[in-house]
Design a protein around this ligand. Structure first.
Ligand code: HEM
Length: 446
């Protein structure tokens, strides 16, 4: 069967695989939405690393562990497709995005996009990131408790619009931010119809606003390229002669999506953890003493192993993308079970990051597990997978690393951070790990 022949809703019979479908019709949807880690752990402990379940009106097979991740993500024989799996979640709104392409088409588009993520381009971003993040930090309240989460989300979105789309003094960043937020809201609605006043319709209207803006910028960037993703894509498209203007627009909108919630989630988790483990504020600040000047550059990273361990441990315990989904194109065997054609499978990254056979005391926050001496993540190259692996491995991973490290550097260089004593942070795990009741903190000068 070809990818384009797969029916949109996969519900093959999976009864031969251990597991359960939960409640009639809704299956385990509520467990997935409100307690996904606990439910996943229960399924793994009860049924083993290959189990069937049902949520969001479709049956699927959960696969846990590095071998399963390697099997699905490396996929040398091209048994698994990303488009029909992700389309149910982000299709329509993020049409034409890289994750919604498979095999040879995906390879050629990915090659063009890679131009935007080469080291010289990232280095150019470094100094603007230092600048934006410091400017943002300076506008936040000092010595009083405030909710960091909306501030951070707004700052990262404005920063992404400016650094992805490029310098444009006439750009109405607020209007583009509102349009993009409408798109994000629409991904969470179950009613994907353009009902007047409905979220889907507002999201699709938001897409049109961003499309129109990008359309107006493409010729300008081609004539006069700057240091931004849009310019890099325009240049790459011309050199390789392969991306049309509409394709560039689709890729840019998807990049904004792929970058925004993931980095907001990472920086929120990192800040909360700094409050919970204040000794790490002291350790990181101490390490930053070796950095010359007031900006962190990519060349500094190698000399900051504690920062690296901290970053990796935040992503181990709180991976923003909790799992990766695919669909089988044809029937195949895994772990002694037959997976029928058109089965939805998901590889749980979060469960894998807590497996005690791969991590020492996985429930404990311990950045030193990533030190050169212990290097727990190297026990298996597929056991630490916040950025996925294989053909669709995150294209923005170095950007995300750079942004997180610069944020931590600029934050701790100037401030110590504490939780509001009256605030108990709660976390929403799905679709992406985020604060559920905000993140109330106070910043105090050091
Ligand atoms: C900590 C932050 C981030 C995390 C945890 C993350 C995670 C991921 C994961 C798990 C995937 C693979 C999905 C799959 O295989 O189904 C992915 C793909 C992708 N990410 Fe990220 N991401 C992050 C930040 C970013 C940023 C900042 C950008 C862009 C600037 C970006 C661009 C992409 C793109 C384009 C893809 C699709 C790659 C392809 O299909 O070939 N990501 N990301």
């Amino acid at each position: 069967m070809q990818v384009h022949e797969l029916p949109r809703r996969p519900n093959p019979n999976l009864d031969h695989i251990p597991g359960d479908y939960g409640l009639p019709v809704i299956g385990r949807t509520f467990g997935l939405l409100y307690n996904s880690h606990k439910v996943g752990r229960h399924m793994l402990d009860t049924y083993g690393p290959v189990f069937r379940t049902s949520a969001l009106f479709q049956r699927s097979v959960g696969l846990v562990g590095p071998d399963a991740a390697r099997f699905v993500l490396l996929d040398g024989a091209q048994h698994f497709a990303a488009e029909p799996a992700w389309n149910r979640i982000i299709g329509g709104l993020f049409e034409g995005g890289l994750l919604l392409k498979d095999f040879s088409e995906h390879r050629s588009h990915r090659r063009a996009l890679q131009q935007a993520f080469k080291r010289p381009v990232l280095e150019a971003y470094c100094s603007s990131l230092n600048h934006y993040l410091t400017a943002g930090l300076n506008t936040w309240p000092k010595d009083v408790c405030f909710d960091l989460f909306p501030q951070l989300k707004g700052l990262l979105l404005e920063n992404a619009i400016q650094s992805f789309f490029g310098e444009d003094p006439d750009c109405d960043t607020q209007a583009l931010s509102r349009a993009f937020i409408a798109m994000l809201d629409a991904t969470l609605t179950l009613v994907r119809k353009p009902i007047p006043g409905g979220k889907w319709r507002r999201g699709m209207a938001g897409r049109e606003v961003i499309k129109a803006y990008l359309k107006s910028q493409i010729q300008l960037r081609k004539a006069n390229p700057g240091h931004d993703f849009l310019s890099s894509l325009c240049t790459a498209a011309d050199e390789e002669g392969q991306l049309s203007d509409d394709e560039i627009i689709d890729h840019m909108i998807f990049l904004l999506f792929a970058a925004h919630d993931t980095t907001t989630s990472t920086l929120s988790s990192a800040t909360r953890i700094l409050c919970e483990h204040p000794q790490w504020q002291t350790r990181l600040r101490g390490e930053f003493g070796a950095v010359q000047g007031e900006q962190l550059s990519m060349d500094d990273f190698a000399a900051l192993p504690e920062l690296d361990g901290f970053f990796k441990e935040v992503l181990r315990m709180h991976p923003p993308v909790p799992g990766i989904t695919r669909r089988t194109i044809e029937e195949l065997e895994y772990g002694g079970y037959t997976l029928p054609a058109n089965t939805s499978v998901f590889v749980s990254i979060r469960l894998m990051h807590y497996l005690s056979e791969h991590w020492t005391n996985p429930e404990t926050f311990d950045p030193e597990r990533f030190s050169a001496e212990r290097a727990e993540h190297k026990r298996d190259s597929f056991q630490w997978l916040p950025f996925g692996g294989g053909a669709h491995k995150c294209l923005g991973l170095h950007f995300a690393e750079m942004q997180t490290k610069i944020f931590l550097f600029q934050l701790l260089r100037q401030f110590s951070v504490t939780l509001d004593p009256g605030h108990t942070p709660q976390i929403r795990a799905v679709p992406m790990e985020m604060p559920k009741n905000g993140l109330r903190i106070a910043l105090t000068s050091v």
